[in-house]
Design a protein around this ligand. Structure first.
Ligand SMILES: Cc1ncc(COP(=O)(O)O)c(C=O)c1O
Length: 421
């Protein structure tokens, strides 16, 4: 996809509408149920509702559960759903269908693969992670480190390569999140994976903020393990099940720690002794959340026939447009840019800093422009290229400009902290 260069003069709303008119992905917006009057820039946190999901879930409840009852585990193909949905996700992350399964949460899946990875390198004692990664990753790494008596080195993002080198042949595992949840900064997955493996260690990528917006190539890069969320850009719905990827050749050599009956080779023999399934099924633990899986599977149809390279190209263009509009239209209001300027170093979000960020974001949401806030001062704007238009970014920036000009963010109601920011 070629993206027309933007004019040199200050942009207008009409320019952004022209970009939409030329956008080959624009028709995909029709695949979503978007509320009237809402400008949704938070698909990095909770993806929008794709059309057909509500009907599919209603059918699952009324017919498959209500009428089919327990027979639906077979008759409605409930039992194989974790593998089936995993195959769909595999295409989106550049993996093979039998390397991905959908289950549990990202946190739980990270626990499983981290223990499995450390068991592959029993004589090595160091795990390298990023300081400031999403907290659940650090909490899980710390709990596994305590259990398995290994040391964790936390490095700032630009110090990660040096920390990997310093660990040298003591390095067991590198665990990183591909796109940072606050800054949107993107790691070089190819270089870090290759270097980690050259040192004889194993890499685990958290794809929470990259799956569905970046043309990931896990197989081509020979990534060892990966985990990620279903409810962000993949639009699986609130608390959707997560997914886990294990590279094919590791399937026969790993032992994951949460041995439950659905990971057993023959679960319906109910044998006393655990025998892991030889395939990706071994990453399963217990009974899958079927309604969540059914919603997720229906939601993934929004990606049917969609080329991730085109999605990435639009995502980068949206980010560049947003940064340019911030420069042109928000100068002097105290905003800083918390994301990299270069699209190639950024995921599908742009984050701004402002010391009154919480109140400003609340005022923005009250106007129907939905982004979110991350303490202490980050305003996050996520661009889901399947449904976000270029003109939406213009309108969001104009709303921000208006809030700053009028001082509307100072209204006391916008200072009241809610439980979820
Ligand atoms: C990088 C990253 N990992 C994991 C999670 C969440 O994990 P879980 O689905 O287990 O709550 C998030 C949530 O925002 C995240 O940003």
């Amino acid at each position: 996809m070629t993206i027309a260069p933007l004019p040199q003069r200050p942009l207008t709303r009409a320019d952004t509408q022209s970009l939409d008119a030329a956008d080959v992905l624009a028709p995909l917006r029709q695949r979503f149920e978007l509320p009237e009057g809402i400008n949704y820039l938070d698909g990095n946190s909770l993806g929008a509702l794709p059309k057909g999901v509500a009907e599919r879930v209603e059918r699952a409840i009324r017919e498959e559960w209500g009428q089919g009852l327990i027979r639906s585990w077979n008759d409605a193909d409930w039992y194989p759903a974790p593998l089936r949905v995993g195959q769909t996700i595999a295409r989106l992350i550049g993996a093979q269908g039998h390397e991905v399964v959908v289950c549990d949460s990202t946190s739980v899946n990270l626990y499983k693969v981290l223990v499995a990875a450390l068991r592959l390198r029993p004589r090595r004692r160091i795990v390298v992670c990023e300081r400031g990664n999403f907290p659940t990753d650090a909490y899980i790494v710390n709990s596994v480190a305590e259990l398995m008596k290994v040391d964790v080195i936390y490095a700032d993002p630009d110090q990660v390569p040096a920390a990997i080198e310093a660990a040298g042949h003591e390095l067991a595992v590198v665990q990183l999140t591909h796109v940072h949840y606050k800054s949107g900064q993107l790691y070089d997955m190819a270089a870090l994976t290759a270097r980690t493996q050259a040192l004889g260690a194993v890499v685990i990528w958290d794809l929470a903020h990259s799956a569905g917006v970046i043309d990931l190539q896990l197989s081509a890069l020979r990534v060892d393990f990966a985990v990620g969320c279903g409810y962000k850009y993949l639009n699986g719905g609130p608390g959707a099940p997560a997914y886990v990827y294990v590279r094919e050749d590791h399937l026969s050599e790993i032992r994951q720690p949460l041995q439950g009956w659905h990971g057993h080779k023959r679960p319906f023999e109910f044998s006393h002794d655990y025998e892991p399934h030889p395939g990706i099924d071994q990453m399963l633990v217990g009974t899958a959340s079927q309604l969540g899986l059914i919603a997720f599977e229906a939601a993934l149809q929004a990606y049917e026939g969609v080329e991730l390279a085109q999605v990435r190209a639009k995502s980068m263009a949206l980010g560049d447009l947003f940064v340019r509009l911030v420069d042109e239209r928000l100068a002097g209001f105290g905003f800083g840019l918390a994301s990299p300027r270069e699209a190639a170093r950024r995921g599908s979000q742009v984050s701004l800093t402002h010391e009154q960020g919480y109140a400003i974001m609340q005022a923005l949401i009250a106007r129907g422009v939905i982004g979110d806030f991350r303490a202490p001062d980050i305003l996050r704007f996520g661009f889901a290229p399947l449904y976000v238009r270029h003109v939406d970014l213009w309108d969001a920036i104009e709303a921000l400009r208006n809030i700053m000009h009028s001082g509307q963010w100072r209204e006391p109601r916008f200072a009241q902290r809610k439980a979820v920011t």
